[in-house]
Design a protein around this ligand. Structure first.
Ligand SMILES: [Zn+2]
Length: 235
C-alpha cells in the first residue's frame, strides 16, 4: 500500500465552475470533506440558478479505485437523491517530478514583453491570478500596462475578471480565515462586519439581507465573488 499515491488532483466537469484541487486521500473521509468544502461555494450559485439550491447540502462521493467522483445529495428521509458535478481524479506527482503541477515561477515576476508567447492556462509551472470563478487567467499582463488609460475598472479580455487599468491583474483566489479570540477585530474588518457578543468574540456580518455570526474556532471562507460562508468549529 505504501507505494500507492495518496495525493490526487481533482478536476470537475466543464459545466461546473469549480477550480481543480489537490487533496491527500490518506484519509478518504477527510479528503471527501475537504473536496466538498472547496467545491460547494462554487456549486451553490449554479444550483441556485437551476432552481435546486437545496442540493448544495451535498457530499462528495468517490469510487473505490479513486478514479472518478461526483457530488451526491440525499433528501432527509432518504427517498430522493441527486448526483451532479462529475469529477476526475488523477494521481498527483511530487515536486521535482516532470509531471508536477506545482508552480515554480510567479507570474508577477515576468515582464509583459517577455510574456507575449506565454499562455498560463497551459503553463501550470507559473502562478496565475484567478478570476471570480476560480479560473486561471491565461494572460494577466494587460491591466498593468494601461497606466493612465481613462478606463478605470474593466473586464480582462482573457479571463473576464473585473480588473483595474494601471494596476496588476486582481486575484480573486478564495481566502479562508479562522476566527480566534485574538483576531476578532481583524476578521470583523475583513468580512465587513462587526464585533458582537462582547466577551464571546463573536463576529457578525450581513449578507443577502441576513445576519451571520461566527464564533471563535469557526472558519470563514470567502469565494471569488466575495461571498462569505462560515464553517462551524463544532458542526
Ligand atoms: Zn485576466
Amino acid at each position: 500500500m505504501t507505494d500507492q499515491p495518496t495525493t490526487y488532483r481533482i478536476e470537475f466537469g466543464p459545466a461546473w465552475p469549480v477550480p481543480p484541487i489537490t487533496v491527500d486521500f490518506a484519509d478518504r473521509n477527510a479528503a471527501a470533506r475537504t473536496v466538498a468544502e472547496h467545491a460547494i461555494p462554487h456549486l451553490r450559485p449554479v444550483l441556485k440558478e437551476k432552481g435546486r439550491p437545496e442540493l448544495a447540502d451535498c457530499f462528495f462521493q468517490i469510487d473505490r479505485d479513486l478514479t472518478v467522483g461526483q457530488f451526491m445529495w440525499l433528501s432527509l428521509a432518504g427517498e430522493k437523491a441527486a448526483q451532479f458535478c462529475p469529477a476526475r481524479l488523477t494521481p498527483h506527482h511530487h515536486r521535482g517530478d516532470p509531471m508536477t503541477n506545482q508552480p515554480t515561477a510567479q507570474w508577477t515576476d515576468i515582464d509583459p514583453k517577455d510574456a507575449t508567447s506565454i499562455n498560463l492556462s497551459e503553463r501550470l509551472d507559473i502562478t496565475a491570478p484567478l478570476n471570480e470563478n476560480g479560473e486561471r487567467c491565461p494572460w494577466p499582463w494587460e491591466p498593468q500596462q494601461l497606466v493612465g488609460a481613462p478606463l478605470g475598472q474593466y473586464r480582462c479580455p482573457y479571463c473576464m475578471a473585473m480588473v483595474m487599468a494601471g494596476m496588476p491583474h486582481l486575484d480573486y483566489a478564495p481566502e479562508e480565515r479562522t476566527l480566534t479570540r485574538e483576531n476578532a477585530d481583524e476578521v470583523a474588518e475583513w468580512v465587513g462586519g462587526r464585533r458582537a457578543g462582547g466577551a464571546y468574540e463573536l463576529v457578525a456580518f450581513d449578507q443577502f439581507g441576513e445576519t451571520f455570526y461566527a464564533k471563535p474556532g469557526d472558519v470563514i471562507h470567502r469565494d471569488g465573488y466575495g461571498e462569505f460562508t462560515i464553517r462551524p468549529a463544532t458542526p
